[in-house]
Design a protein around this ligand. Sequence first.
Ligand code: SF4
Ligand code: SF4
Length: 176
Amino acid sequence: MSVDLARYREFLAKVDSKFSGIQTRQSARMACAGGCHACCVPGLAVFRIERENLAAHVRGTPGLAEKLAALEAADPHAGARCAFLDETGRCAVYPARPLVCRSHGAPLFSSAPSPGEPPLLDACPLNFTDLGTLAEVPASDFINLDTANAILVALNLEIDVTGERFALNAATILGR
Ligand code: SF4
Ligand code: SF4
């Protein structure tokens, strides 16, 4: 199946831009940097459109499929990290990483799980060591997960009405 990934990639670029602005304004508290990978946990799953983008990136990058296969065999983090985290602690698919990897680290807003309850405010504890201080962060410095996930679901719906999720590993992404 040929999939038009242009609008999905535009969406990712907007998320990156939003994250970058937040990181600049919240630089005193945000420590996200290359080599920090506590958030790269195993067991993440992605929608089909994210899988298609990852697969296109791997197929379009010489040697990357082989690198991912070698990583999988070596398992440098003994199963404690995402299969795409390399032995140096960096993401081997960074340009095509999915939404969850681009939003994590910023203050995150989700609407209340039930009527009458407060909205959920969250952040990586390595960045915001006192989550109680999140209430002091301006609303503009949160990524709204309700909105971001709704856009992702809408984009995915154009190619997959089932909402199927795929494990974040080379075999699943490349359909081996
Ligand atoms: S895809 Fe990359 S950024 Fe996302 S969890 Fe895996 S290693 Fe980390
Ligand atoms: S979100 Fe947390 S664990 Fe992930 S890179 Fe940022 S500081 Fe490190």
